[in-house]
Design a protein. Sequence first.
Length: 201
Amino acid sequence: MAHPKTERTLVVIKPDGLQRTLAGEIIRRYERLGLKLVGMKFLVPTASHIEKHYNLDPNWKRIVGEKSIEAYQKKGLKPPSMDPIVLGDKVIDALQKYMTSGPVIAMVWQGAHAVKIVRKVTGGTEPLTSDVGTIRGDFVHDSYQMADTDGRAVRNLIHASGSVEEAENEIKHWFKKDELVSYRLVQEQILYDVNLDGLLE
Ligand code: GDP
Ligand code: MG
């Protein structure tokens, strides 16, 4: 089995992150965790790239649709459809519009528990309820209610892979193998070295 320190995750600073001039702040949050940046690109994604991204997991559309139906019902409202796939498609359409509206920065971060640690610091999907201290909780105030009323995607600055499997598929979707760099980061010794020899002169 590969050492846990080789775990990788995909992070995309969404167009609102760039427009809010938060790219440096966001990168700093991941950098200071001790994670290693192994890939990075600046681009305007195409609609088909985004559609494929959100269909990499065949269940994602249905799960988002089910969540959306539940949210309507909780508010005492009638969902526009009772078919989760129909609602999931609506979210994907909105995401295509959002994610292709301007440049994004796609990054791959590596380190032990990279997926979970990045999600923890990024915060929950809905900025209104994301924890204080997380990036989404600290820098934006959008909500499901506001986004659904206006028929758009929740603007939450960042995409971060939700599981190791999702990360592996998403990294392959965004980066060619030779766009990722294998290298040693000097701080890895203090993070992972078992013996910590070689520090004292
Ligand atoms: P994430 O992994 O935290 O980004 O959340 P998801 O994978 O569940 O959803 C992907 C993206 O779709 C989110 O980051 C939001 O931008 C958007 N989104 C998710 N659920 C909803 C929803 O119920 N309504 C709207 N309008 N947008 C949503
Ligand atoms: Mg997700």
